[in-house]
Design a protein around this ligand. Sequence first.
Ligand code: PEP
Ligand code: MG
Length: 590
Amino acid sequence: MTFAIHGLPVARGIAIGRAVLMAGRVDVAHYFIDPMQVEAEIARLRQGRDAVIDELHRLQQTIGNMGPKEAPHELSALLDVHLMLLQDQELVSGVKHWITERLYNAEWALTTQLEALSRQFDEMEDEYLRERKSDLEQVAERVLRHMKGVASPVPQPALGTRRGQASRQQDLQLDGTTDVPLILIAHDLSPADMLQFKQSVFAGFVTDVGGKTSHTAIVARSMDIPAVVGARSASHLVRQDDWVIIDGDAGVMIVDPSPIILAEYGFKQRQAELERGRLARLTHTPAVTLDGERIDLLANIELPEDAAGALAAGAVGVGLFRSEFLFMGRQGKLPDEEEQYQAYKRAVEGMQGMPVTIRTIDVGADKPLDDTRRDEGHLNPALGLRAIRWSLAEPSMFLTQLRAILRAAAHGKVNLLIPMLAHASEIRQTLALVDFARAELDNRGTAYGPVALGAMIEIPAAALILPTFLKYFDFLSIGTNDLIQYTLAIDRADESVAHLYDPCHPAVLRLVADTIAACRAQGKPVSVCGEMAGDVAYTRLLLGLGLRSFSMHPAQVLAVKQEVLRADTARLKPWVVQVLAAEDPAKFLE
Ligand code: PEP
Ligand code: MG
């Protein structure tokens, strides 16, 4: 039966494919294995299952030696059921199927099959049988616990190996056919999960939770594949392998579409392809407005390898390298100076002489370093030890990063960008540490290059003390994602308040306008690197406010360039005065 699930649109386009569920009560690692490792992965699963069977047999023996008072008959019957479930063919062959056909790691395969069987149990008429679902969950959890002690022969992909795995995966034959697009459906995906799946097989994403500018959504957008977040119960309503359509423009997922709906979306998909083809013709066209204003369209990247995509999209530099993605999902083992230096150098060299703005680590809130260090213990992680606050609390880690960035600056033009500053004392402390990092490199006799120093304006307090920021920094970059979150007190990752997350709120526009005006008055560069910069709905507004530098996902560059080519900044100025004075500025953008 066809039905639709509504969420928030985060990355444009249409994707049609089969659902891959990454949901489940049990939190396990999800990664693709190498086809050569299939047998070893099945053996690991078998080891886990055999260990549980032994354990249950031992328990049965112990029970057998007890009297009926200490060990009621039901207990022994329950163990029989668990043993039976463990040897159930549907469970065993199902798990093997996911490992062999889809190359899921053993834990992922087991939880996937568990989900599939749970649904079958849910649909059973007989109450007794329906209740066996919890037994199934218990035995699966036991197996997973045992498997924790048995290391996978396949290491979880580290950042450097991911791409190789992804491309092998693309050659994979699914259900005997090639080219079956896969759509990932999950309750939640951390930015580190998303990073792992970057450039992988998935043709689209849907998550139950998340706001439009949550970091998960940002990574989805950088992958340039259709995505919907905040789809509430999608991971419960969709079944493994269901056919689904994602409409990333409308923020809708259609499950089990009828042939008519499939045909309609197939048509839309082809139209979108044609539009992409048209836009591609603008790649080498300079971004200049009708009245001759030159606009810098820069790229936001997460990994050094993304530089290639930035160049291909016609970006004239990197306006935001979110360096924290180098630090994520490493189970606490952070990259040392040399590893970071090599990564920054790759990005700098990858941009072939164009400037690269490297932002120092911004972890915390919805960007935990890894899942074991989630910020759940804190009441308000977005207001807690995040970004520069974290760096200043860990000076040795921060100095390591600063040295690595300064060294990379010997290979090309690098701007150093500091996130989430609000206090003059934080600014002074940060700058003192930059000087200290330089002195350390001097003492060591290590080469480094000059950097322009910039601050992000993403806390209203920062936008209200611009003279202080302009006194210390060479340039500013407006992080509208956080600026909106902190101005309006709306958690950017919370879909339940997403309707109040408004880039056009007059207070937000006032802070953005003042920051641009203050920089221009002093002749200092200013850019916007939040999601607003890549949304064509705001291009004219930002141009009218005097912005000449926009940083966005590479996939958005051409669409924004098209808007720039059609704009006349001289005519936008009086219009923007009206917008800024309006009670509902969004009405002017319709
Ligand atoms: C922002 O806040 O707008 C920004 C660009 O930083 P991030 O999205 O990484 O918090
Ligand atoms: Mg931010």
